[in-house]
Design a protein around this ligand. Structure first.
Ligand code: 2M8
Length: 408
């Protein structure tokens, strides 16, 4: 175990850029939003200083409206290194940093709280709290519908870009006619990444959103259980943070309870949470593991939690091997293509946290699988859940960081 931890820290050191960590040196050479939250959680276990710097660097690029962009571009990295880069997004944060204009699941308050727990530093907490609150306020103001659920406007905002849950709404998106060069397939086999058609649609959606000044949802508008769970988990963490700082935790707790009830009312069915198309109101039934992540929510009704656990055991092989990102019995399941089946450590980590109180035995099994995965495959971006063969890039930061946290 000591050897795993040492190797993980070595990956994090190699990916450190002096103020933030790249998800991977070649494939993802900038700072990514939810990656930095997961990285901070792991770094808190061996270098709380870096954990705090990671979050502060990201929130340094927060927009005036409270939005935390999904990419903060490193000005020292050439435009050609990643597509779509700053020239595509054409936007700068008040700090002057070039950023993207979309967001990612807001797991940052959860990360900040865990960083504080590892290293109780009230100065850090006091500084980051208003920024975390502003991040949540942006989501409420810009992305919340009358049913109380948050909407994402791009598959990249889900963090699970080519999840089978997006197949139906994406099919309605006109692919871009713009000519562009994908950089991802320079580093990873095309068969392990989204298709060219997926990319042409991602680019079309991002360009359309950009052209409204990053204000109006376009053809793609969905309510995702993972994104909404992250938002609620953030309110729960903000309640803890508020209590430490002498602020009022009650509004955060109330918000978490109400949003949990809205999720159960609108996104739950058949033992799993499903995304919903915000334009049509139709559920986007898929076997995505995003539907299990609401187990993180403290006020989830017991009957719902029990049903999710049964689904995790019966359809996602919980206890038998690493968590697949899509249920193997779903027709779209592909064990090696990105978010359509491979096992990802961040999803397993979220499930692990969600199971700890309700089913410590299963939580233990998830933790053991995380460690077995990195022992066998190294810190790969994702692995085949059956063979544990590594796929995607190597030396992937959140795989290393979250393994460190699980081992702590
Ligand atoms: C992947 O997404 C980026 C676009 O944001 C890409 O494919 O270029 C996703 O796995 C996302 O969840 C992750 O944050 C990002 C960096 O690791 O890579």
């Amino acid at each position: 175990m000591i050897a795993v931890r040492r190797r993980a820290v070595r990956v994090l050191l190699a990916n450190w850029e002096g103020g933030h960590t790249v998800p991977s040196r070649r494939l993802y050479p900038h700072q990514w939003s939810w990656d930095s939250a997961f990285i901070a959680i792991g770094n808190a276990r061996w270098s709380p200083r870096r954990a705090k710097m990671e979050l502060q660097a990201l929130f340094g690029a927060q927009w005036r409206d409270g939005r935390v962009p999904h990419i903060v571009f490193n000005p020292r990295v050439p435009e050609e290194a990643y597509f779509p880069g700053p020239r595509f997004w054409r936007v700068r944060a008040p700090s002057g940093a070039a950023t993207s204009g979309i967001v990612q699941p807001p797991v940052h308050a959860l990360a900040a709280w865990r960083v504080y727990r590892a290293d109780p530093d009230p100065v850090f907490l006091r500084r980051i709290y208003p920024r975390l609150v502003a991040q949540q306020e942006f989501l409420r103001a810009a992305r919340r519908g009358p049913d109380g659920l948050l909407v994402i406007v791009h598959p990249w905002e889900s963090g699970m870009d080519n999840s089978p849950a997006w197949d139906v709404p994406l099919a309605a998106v006109e692919p871009t006619r713009m000519v562009f060069i994908r950089r991802d397939v320079d580093h990873v086999a095309a068969a392990e990444r989204p298709t060219d058609l997926d990319y042409a649609r991602y680019v079309a959606l991002a360009a359309a959103y950009r052209d409204t000044g990053y204000r109006e949802a376009g053809a793609f508008a969905v309510q995702d259980p993972l994104f909404n769970t992250a938002y609620i988990a953030a309110e729960t963490a903000l309640a803890e943070i508020a209590a430490v700082l002498g602020e009022d935790p009650v509004p955060h707790r109330r918000e978490a309870e109400e949003a949990t009830a809205a999720m159960v009312a609108h996104l739950y069915g058949d033992g799993l949470f499903h995304a919903r198309d915000a334009h049509t109101g139709k559920p986007l039934a898929s076997g995505s593991a995003a539907g299990l992540i609401p187990l993180l929510l403290p006020t989830l009704p017991d009957a719902v939690a029990d049903a999710l656990i049964a689904t995790a055991v019966n359809r996602f092989r919980l206890g038998l091997g690493p968590l697949p990102s899509c249920a193997p019995d779903a027709p779209e399941f592909d064990p090696t293509r990105y978010w359509r089946g491979p096992s990802w450590i961040n999803l397993a980590w979220l499930l692990w946290r969600g199971l700890r109180r309700r089913r410590p035995d299963l939580a233990e099994a998830v933790a053991a699988d995380i460690i077995r995965t990195v022992q066998q495959a190294g810190f790969r971006e994702y692995v085949d859940p059956f063979t544990l063969t590594g796929h995607g890039c190597e030396d992937f930061s959140w795989s290393a960081a979250l393994a460190v946290d699980v081992l702590a």
